[in-house]
Design a protein around this ligand. Structure first.
Ligand code: GAL
Length: 404
C-alpha cells in the first residue's frame, strides 16, 4: 500500500520545504495515528479537528483511498470530504458541497452520504435537505465526476411524496443502492431503491418497521441489518438493530433469539446510550470477511463543530446477533482478512508455499497495506488469504487478494 507522500522532509526538528527551513514547531503537527480512539478529539493530517459528521465512508479501489463525507458544521456550511489510505490518518479535501454556492443558503444539509455509480462513473451524494424548522423534510441530490468534489447540486424533493429526514445509504453487492429515511414525522424508517443512475428514487419503497433515526445498514450472510437510533434530538439514546431477509421489506427487531435488538447488550454496564453516540453509517471494509465499522457521532449536546466520532467494530456473532463492543482504543487487527470457507484449503496452501519456496519474494498484504505474512492459514476450516488470483490457480472463486 502506498502511503500518502510526505509533503516535506524532516531534518533534525526542522522541515525542508523547497529551499526554506522551517522549525517543526511552527508547523501543525501532522499526526501519524495507528488506532481509533472513540469519543476522543480526532485531528486531520494538518493538525486540525476533523469536522465531518453524520456521513459515510467509501473506498476507491484504483487509488486504494477511502473518502469520508459528512456535515461540515463549521463555516462554510455544507458537506466536508476527507481522504485516507489507512482509516486513521485523514487529509482534509475541502468542502464537497458548499450550501450557499449550491443555492441552498437558508436551509440545512444533514447526514450526507455518497455512492459511486460504476455504470455512469459518477459520484452521487444524497442528503437530508430541510428548512431551518425541519418542516420541509426533503432529500437533496448532488453529482460529481470525482470523489472529493465539488459536487453540483441537482434537486431536492420528498421521495415518493413521503416526508424524509435522517437518511442512510446502502449499496448492495449487485450495485443496487438504497436510502433509508426517517418518515411520517420520524415515526418510521422507510427504505427505497434508487434508480440505476442513483439520481432518483424508484417505487420500490417500503416501511421497514424500524424506529426511527440515524439509519445504517449492513448485509451479512444473506440477512440485512438495519441499525437505528430513537428520536431524541442531539441527545444520545440506545440504538437498536433490526433484520430482514429482504433489503426492501419488513424488518424485525433483533435476530433469532435476541429480540431485544440491543447491539450493546454485552456491555450493559457501559452504555444505555450507544456509548453516547448516534449512528450515521456502517462501513464495510474491503478485503475483510467480517470488517464492519460503526460510524457514530457524539453530538456534544447541540451538534457542535467539535462533536466527536465514535468508530467501533461491528460484529455479527455466530448466532447472527449484531454486537457493538466498546474499546477505548482499537485498530483493524480486530478483523479477519477475507476468508475462504471450505474452499479447497490444501491446494490453496500449496500454491502459497510453492510461491514462497520459489523465492519469488512473496509479500502478502491486506487491502489496507498491512503485512500479512501469516494470514494464509488460521486453522479450523477457515482459510484467510490475500492472494493474487493468478497465483491461486483455480483454488479460489471469490474474494480480493494481493501479493506484492
Ligand atoms: C437528530 C438528528 C440529527 C439532527 C438533530 C437536530 O435527531 O438525528 O441529524 O437533525 O436531530 O435536532
Amino acid at each position: 500500500m502506498k502511503r500518502a507522500s510526505h509533503f516535506f522532509r524532516r531534518m533534525n526538528g526542522c522541515a525542508l520545504l523547497g529551499s526554506v527551513v522551517i522549525p517543526l514547531c511552527l508547523l501543525h503537527a501532522a499526526s501519524n495515528l495507528s488506532s481509533f480512539r472513540p469519543g476522543q478529539d480526532w485531528k486531520d493530517t494538518d493538525g486540525r479537528i476533523i469536522d465531518c459528521h453524520a456521513g459515510n465512508i467509501i473506498y476507491q479501489a484504483e487509488t486504494e483511498t477511502f473518502f469520508w463525507f459528512g456535515e461540515h458544521r463549521g463555516s462554510p456550511s455544507g458537506v466536508a470530504c476527507y481522504s485516507s489510505t489507512d482509516l486513521y490518518n485523514w487529509k482534509n479535501r475541502g468542502i464537497a458541497l458548499n450550501k450557499s454556492a449550491a443555492g441552498l443558503g437558508g436551509g440545512i444539509i444533514e447526514r450526507p452520504k455518497v455512492a459511486y455509480n460504476a455504470t455512469t462513473k459518477k459520484y452521487v451524494m444524497w442528503f437530508h435537505y430541510d428548512s431551518p424548522s425541519y418542516s420541509l423534510a426533503h432529500q437533496g441530490v448532488a453529482l460529481c465526476d470525482s470523489a472529493p468534489g465539488p459536487y453540483a447540486f441537482l434537486e431536492h424533493f420528498a421521495p415518493n411524496g413521503n416526508e424524509s429526514r435522517d437518511m442512510g445509504m446502502f449499496s448492495d453487492d449487485d450495485g443496487r443502492t438504497y436510502i433509508g429515511y426517517a418518515s411520517a414525522n420520524n415515526s418510521v424508517v422507510r427504505i427505497v431503491e434508487l434508480s440505476g443512475d442513483y439520481l432518483e428514487v424508484t417505487e420500490n419503497d417500503s416501511i421497514t418497521g424500524a424506529h426511527c433515526e440515524g439509519p445504517a445498514f449492513l448485509r451479512w450472510n444473506g440477512t440485512y441489518y438495519l441499525l437505528t437510533s430513537l428520536c431524541s434530538g442531539w441527545d444520545p439514546n440506545q440504538s437498536s438493530y433490526y433484520t430482514s431477509p429482504n433489503v426492501v421489506g419488513t424488518y424485525r427487531k433483533g435476530y433469532g433469539d435476541d429480540r431485544t435488538g440491543n447491539p450493546c447488550a454485552d456491555d450493559p454496564e457501559k452504555t444505555t446510550t450507544t456509548y453516547d453516540s448516534q449512528p450515521s453509517s456502517i462501513l464495510k471494509l474491503p478485503g475483510y470477511a467480517n470488517g464492519f465499522i460503526y460510524i457514530g457521532d457524539r453530538w456534544n449536546g447541540v451538534g457542535s463543530t467539535r462533536s466527536q466520532y465514535v468508530f467501533l467494530p461491528v460484529f455479527i456473532t455466530e448466532k447472527g446477533y449484531m454486537r457493538l463492543p466498546w474499546y477505548d482504543e482499537w485498530n483493524l487487527d480486530v478483523f479477519t482478512p477475507i476468508s475462504i470457507d471450505g474452499k479447497n484449503p490444501y491446494r490453496l496452501r500449496t500454491a502459497v508455499d510453492e510461491h514462497a519456496a520459489g523465492g519469488r519474494g512473496l509479500h502478502l498484504v491486506d487491502l489496507l497495506g498491512r503485512n500479512a505474512p501469516h494470514l494464509y492459514f488460521s486453522g479450523g476450516n477457515r482459510m484467510m488469504m490475500n492472494l493474487d488470483r493468478a497465483h491461486a490457480g483455480d483454488a479460489l472463486s471469490k474474494g480480493m487478494y494481493l501479493v506484492r
